[in-house]
Design a protein around this ligand. Structure first.
Ligand code: ATP
Length: 269
């Protein structure tokens, strides 16, 4: 369970970007965070994995207070927080398998990492996960030989290799075409169920947030002004979150089907 309480983030002496934010995410819910540019979505995700230092407040993951952790304790806590990025953050000259195994860096010794002697069970888990998302046949290809959607699948598998207790995705589909975006959203949705993993997704595309996540949290100027089911996210919520700021993308390429395949293999993990 993720419990954020009275979270404040202020960059320098500026007005706080997050203003006493409260959020609880339980079980394997897939939650989308929507809000206009600058609302504080990325800052919130980055406070959770401490890429950004919270100014005050509390962030507890399964009972562990993350704020103020240092050194080894912070490294151990970070292992439990998987992150998926808009730009994938892969190392292009390395193979898909090497990128995926980078998800184990928090667990193996420096010697094992440098000599790439990962435990057999890590390699087996990597193959299982790669098969699950349909990229196992690319294991020995360089990461830069893959398409955007395939690269994001590598990013997802790398995050899952951490055996995370929560998955954070910062605009995971913003660099992808609409169809591929939907496949990645469906993938995140089904992985959350299969792995009983809470997933928080920052997303600009409100239609996709409504189609592929079960809860929408709306931020405006660092405050939560909507928290509810997609069915309750209507024009009023849209206006409150974006009113006078920007028009979010409303279109998706096809009617979403929660049962349809993602176009990849579906072996269980
Ligand atoms: N490192 C930083 N130093 C100073 N200000 C920052 C920093 N990072 C973000 N900000 C400011 O904090 C505010 C919130 O930014 P943040 O990136 O969290 O918003 P966002 O909702 O994710 O926006 P976007 O959708 O455009 O990514 C913005 O005004 C931004 O300029």
């Amino acid at each position: 369970m993720l419990e954020i309480s009275k979270l404040v983030k202020r960059y320098g002496n500026d007005e706080p970007v997050l203003k006493e934010l409260d959020l609880v995410v339980e079980g394997s819910s897939v939650v989308s965070i929507v809000g206009a540019s600058g609302a504080g979505k990325s800052t919130m995700l980055r406070c959770i994995n401490r890429l950004v230092e919270p100014t005050s407040g509390s962030i507890r993951l399964n009972g562990t207070e993350l704020v103020n952790l240092r050194g080894g304790a912070l490294r151990r806590a970070r292992r439990k927080i998987g992150m998926v990025f808009q730009g994938f953050n892969l190392i292009d000259r390395l193979t898909v398998m090497e990128n995926v195994l980078a998800g184990r860096l928090g667990y193996v010794s420096l010697y094992q990492a440098v000599t790439r002697r990962y435990p057999q069970q890590d390699i087996e888990r990597a193959f299982t996960l790669m098969e699950r998302v349909g990229i196992a046949h690319y294991a020995n290809k360089r990461a830069d030989a893959l398409s955007g959607g395939e690269r994001q699948r590598v990013g997802v598998v790398r995050a899952l290799m951490q055996e995370p207790e929560i998955l954070l995705a910062d605009e995971p589909t913003a660099s992808l075409d609409p169809r591929t975006s939907e496949q990645i959203m469906k993938l995140l949705q089904s992985l959350a169920q299969e792995l009983s993993l809470p997933v928080l997704i920052n997303i600009h595309n409100v239609a996709q947030a409504k189609a592929y996540t079960e809860r929408i949290v709306g931020l405006r100027h660092g405050k939560m002004i909507f928290d509810g089911a997609p069915g309750d996210f209507g024009k009023e919520a849209l206006d409150a979150i974006y009113g006078g700021i920007e028009a979010p993308e409303e279109e998706i390429t096809a009617a979403p089907s929660r049962t349809s395949s993602e176009g990849v293999s579906h072996g269980q993990i």
